[in-house]
Design a protein around this ligand. Structure first.
Ligand SMILES: [Fe+2]
Length: 226
């Protein structure tokens, strides 16, 4: 992705979150220059990968295959105390997050308003291939079983609990509008805990054609030298 695209989608995302009255912590709005002056007190943000995470999964087409995320809180697999994480996401109509599972992370995906979120599910075989067995998940405390590769639709307010090694992909339903999506999960390490079914990257390759508006979580190493 070009940095100018990342900045544009970040501006649009900030406006969408404001419209939904979903407020971000103040570090979301630090400038790159402010980051250069930060000290050891900010280490947790960097170590636990908090903050902006706008990705096209290396596809080159964010609106078709991409996801807008902000990690609000997260522990670290090395820290046995803080065992949870929370993210906010924006999913557009037809914008696909590719099929993947997590070995460590168990996650609740929550439709926090806007359109409908469609989620396609499979179990994973021991060899990490898609299984053809029926998938059972909890939708707000109600157990549901669907055939392999079928979809669930989460309407505003609905959530689903995805266990480890549950293959999932999701997108916003056509004609229903952009979706504000929450995630409450176990600790999440996106550097190591995403197993995509088709080979694809978790983070974008950035072409620096302008200055960052705010840093992505993958930018910290370039600006935070503490
Ligand atoms: Fe996931």
């Amino acid at each position: 992705m070009k940095r100018s695209e990342v900045n544009a989608f970040m501006r649009e995302g900030i406006a969408f979150l404001a419209k939904k009255q979903f407020l971000l912590p103040s570090f979301a709005f630090w400038t790159p220059e402010a980051w250069r002056a930060k000290g050891a007190e900010c280490r947790e943000i960097v170590t636990n990968q908090l903050g902006w995470d706008i990705t096209d999964f290396g596809s080159g087409n964010f609106l078709k295959t991409g996801l807008f995320l902000f990690t609000i809180r997260n522990g670290s697999l090395a820290d046995p105390v803080k065992t949870y994480a929370e993210k906010i996401m924006i999913v557009r109509e037809g914008q696909i997050t590719p099929t993947h599972f997590h070995s460590q992370k168990m996650e609740d995906i929550i439709n926090r308003g806007g359109g409908n979120l469609v989620i396609r599910l499979w179990n994973a075989k021991a060899n990490d291939e898609l299984d053809d067995t029926a998938v059972t998940v909890s939708v707000d405390g109600v157990r549901k079983t669907i055939p392999a590769g079928e979809t669930l639709t989460l309407h505003p307010g609905d959530s689903v609990c995805l266990p480890q090694r549950n293959y999932h992909s999701f997108w916003g339903e056509a004609g229903k509008g952009t979706v504000l999506v929450g995630e409450v999960s176990r600790v999440n390490d996106d550097r190591t805990d995403n197993r995509f079914h088709a080979p694809i990257g978790r983070f974008p390759q950035i072409q620096e054609d302008e200055q960052p508006l705010h840093l992505l979580c993958t930018d910290y190493a370039k600006y935070y030298t503490c």
